[in-house]
Design a protein around this ligand. Structure first.
Ligand SMILES: C[S@@+](CC[C@H](N)C(=O)[O-])C[C@H]1O[C@@H](n2cnc3c(N)ncnc32)[C@H](O)[C@@H]1O
Length: 260
């Protein structure tokens, strides 16, 4: 796909929550959390979800029941993909090929790779074709259902991954931090670092050259975007405990290769 650029929109007043980063020392544990549904992944609870057992945890639509997703820019943007999940799958089918090839060259054979914000699963299929064991995670329930056709996929939030520390040989986060305000992106990057093995490569891309705000004129519906500049983004990555190895910025997308 041609990757997306938002053009005009007012800068909104943010209504973000402060999320507590998950302790790196915690193995996957289960704690009771009143009101939270099993898969909302919002960090005030932990779940015993692994790629092996993830199907035992039901997918619950955001907003259902007590403890559903808060009404913020991230939740609204993620929900927009459900207007027509098939349209996004078709739109993105051939996307991100170059950065993916570069990332794939860094993988050891038969690597266990987290596709963080996997969408409908395009890159999970690519990983499987290369003999890797992809595991998806996404906050959009319709995308989780689609991605499960390709690989084990968990319904969860990048800001509080319901996954154990040091599990993954590599982490791929293609255009998945784009709806997160910068503080939340920092939390998500810490989470990606937490679940990666020491030495694991990470491929991460975000948008640049657009606007921070609601993009009402995008082909796939109303979503909120954060517009990054390279230095700000690489500093955030380093602050999350990762080493930046390579940065490419084409004025539309910033693609980073980092290392845990
Ligand atoms: C532009 S799509 C990119 C999908 C796919 N990675 C690709 O490259 O085509 C953004 C994806 O990130 C997911 N996402 C956004 N914020 C998220 C969050 N906080 N936790 C989990 N997934 C999130 C969305 O649901 C959506 O699937």
């Amino acid at each position: 796909m041609a990757r997306e650029v938002a053009t005009t929109s007012p800068i909104p007043r943010l209504t973000t929550r402060r999320l507590v980063p998950v302790s790196a020392s915690a193995s996957v544990t289960t704690q009771a959390c009143h009101g939270a549904h099993p898969t909302d992944g919002l960090g005030h609870h932990r779940r015993s979800i692994t790629p092996e057992n993830h199907l035992r945890f039901p997918i619950v639509n955001p907003g259902e029941g007590e403890g559903g997703l808060p009404d913020d820019v991230v939740a609204i943007s993620v929900a927009t993909y459900s207007d027509d999940p098939g349209a996004f799958a078709a739109y993105g089918l051939n996307g991100v090929a170059g950065p993916f090839v570069k990332f794939a060259e860094l993988l050891s054979p038969a690597a266990t790779v987290l596709d963080a914000g996997c969408g409908p699963g395009r890159d999970l299929a690519r990983l499987a074709n290369l003999g890797h064991r992809g595991v998806g995670v996404d906050l959009n329930v319709d995308f989780v259902r689609r991605a499960r056709r390709e690989a084990p996929t968990i319904h969860g939030d990048l800001r509080a991954l319901p996954l154990m520390p040091g599990y993954f040989d590599a982490v791929w986060a293609s255009a998945s931090l784009i709806h997160l305000p910068s503080d939340d992106a920092g939390v998500a990057l810490s989470e990606l670092a937490r679940v990666a093995k020491i030495g694991a490569p990470l491929g991460i891309s975000v948008r640049t050259g657009g606007i921070t705000g609601w993009a009402d004129d995008m082909p796939l519906g109303r979503r909120w975007f954060y517009n990054w500049v390279s230095d700000e983004f690489t500093t955030l990555i380093e602050n999350a405990g990762l080493s930046v190895e390579e940065v490419s910025d084409d004025g539309l997308w910033i693609d980073v290769v980092a290392r845990r």
